[in-house]
Ligand binder design. Sequence first.
Ligand SMILES: [Zn+2]
Length: 370
Amino acid sequence: MGIKPLFVIHSEDAFADEILTNNDIKDKVIVNYKEIYKKLDWLKQICKTKDIDFLIFSRNDQVKDRINIGGITKRLKLGYTTVSSLEDDNFEKNTSSMLADLLNMAAKSSKDARTESNPKKIGESKTFSLIFDTEQLGCIKFGVPRLLDVLKKHKIKATFFMTNLVRQIYPEIAAHVVSEGHEIGLHGEYHEFLQEKTKDEQAQKISRMISDIGKITNVHGANFIGRFDEGTLNGMIDNNLEYFVFDAIKKYRYFGYRTAATEPLITKQSHSGRSILAIPIDVETYNYPLGLVKKMVQTSIAQKEKNNSTGQHITILMHPFRDGSLNHIKDTEQLIEFISNLGFKPSRIVDYSSALVKNNLKSLDRSVLQ
Ligand SMILES: [Zn+2]
């Protein structure tokens, strides 16, 4: 991929430092994560001097001291992944294994297991999509296989937004996701901040992401929430993507109805007239206990009942590094049972968006951008 990482190792993870030293990895820093927010300028300077594209953390914010990694990457505007185990138990063993996987990445090869999307009519029906952001190594190595089991048990086809980096490190798992009938969409080459790049760079990047994921499945959409701008939109349209997801969650996390758009929107390029669908995410599980997530689902449904122009569809954003961890996998299953019991049927985002385009384009036509 031609990207340059910097390993950011927590000072308590001496084993990780040792592995890097044994592999002659010099682009690394050891820092006490408890003090990392005080050292952001220092870290930024190192990244600038070394021309770093993304960060690799030895821990994520679900284990041990729970340091907020997202805040660091947002402030530094850099891509990231982690080699963190998902649980405290076996932390060193699991984390070491993923660090080894990362270092061995080049030796692995990807399988070709193409599947076609199969659009179904949605119309009046009640449907839901589970989407999974997949960018950490523990996320794909441990979280995704557990989630695949749960999804299989409940006969659910879902959408995984996956960075090219983790796909290349774990090609067998990515191919397994596809062979189970799930969709894979774009999530960045290495979770980078696209809005930092020029329009041309973004279009080229998106094209590279597509040709990489395209080795195993057809690509239809993307999730670049918080990391994209107008140039990204143009790049997605120029690369013939059909949809992207956007965040419509915050307005009604706790109570009440929101006033922001909760329906899909069409985003058009003024110079070409070509468009891409913007699909709202209604609910996310991250940081919320199951009871609150269920409430978000109910509030969402109530809102959809009020403005029922495209049938009822709920999109739920999940993270395998959390929702696939041993701490949360039971909640994940209970959430699936909860929404299924409400009469909602699972749908990948690609199937939902194709059905929208087929059945309902006119009622959607309220262009938003450019
Ligand atoms: Zn992400």
